[in-house]
Ligand binder design. Structure first.
Ligand code: NI
Length: 200
């Protein structure tokens, strides 16, 4: 199922997400729904808090060219599901385009990020793995991991640039905050549903 996205202004985006401890069908379903929601929104990554689950889980899509020398060669898309991810190594620097499904329509073109990261995580069965990434996919992994810490991309801008960004996009950000508030109000009026642990 495709979930509605939580927008800038929703407090769940500002909370540190909780460790996943229950591995089972509910978690598998959540991951499948997150991938579906990510693709429907045309995103390359989605963290559980962005659809209202305060747990440490994100999905991300890696695009690998099948031939580095041919721009028209088909690309291979790999979907990753990372449970309880921890960034264990950060190396180098890069500048890249950043945006967020929870802050629709707003982008930064030269966001400073680490060039290479290593991430330890669990899969949906709880088995531990590690993943090494560089360039754009490393950028995506850092962005999604930040969501689990309650950090949004605009927080990663140097202070002066963040202030300019907030000022320049004051109207759009205020509109997102209004939408987030209206969504929560409407949701509060609905009957509470049986929910996966960690749903808030
Ligand atoms: Ni995001």
């Amino acid at each position: 199922m495709i979930y509605p996205l939580r927008y800038y202004g929703d407090p769940i985006l500002r909370r540190r997400a909780r460790e996943v401890t229950d591995f089972g069908p509910e978690l598998e379903q959540l991951a499948a729904d997150m991938l579906e929601t990510m693709h429907a929104a045309d995103g390359v990554g989605l963290a559980a808090p962005q659809i209202g689950f305060g747990v440490r889980l994100f999905v991300a899509q890696e695009v690998v060219p099948t031939d580095d020398d041919d721009d028209d060669a088909p690309q291979q898309r790999t979907e990753h599901v990372l449970v309880n991810p921890v960034i264990t190594l950060r190396e180098g620097q890069q500048l890249g385009r950043d945006g967020c499904l929870s802050i629709p329509g707003l982008f930064v073109d030269d966001m400073p990020r680490d060039h290479r990261v290593e991430v330890e995580y669990q899969d949906l069965a709880g088995v531990k793995h590690s993943l090494s990434a560089e360039g754009y996919f490393a950028h995506v992994l850092q962005h999604e991991h930040d969501h689990l810490e309650g950090i949004l991309f605009l927080d990663r801008l140097p202070a002066r640039r963040k202030a300019l960004f907030m000022e320049e996009h004051r109207t759009e950000l205020a509109e997102m905050q209004r939408e987030a508030k209206a969504f929560l109000k409407q949701q509060g009026q609905e009957q509470p549903k049986p929910a996966l642990a960690g749903r808030r």
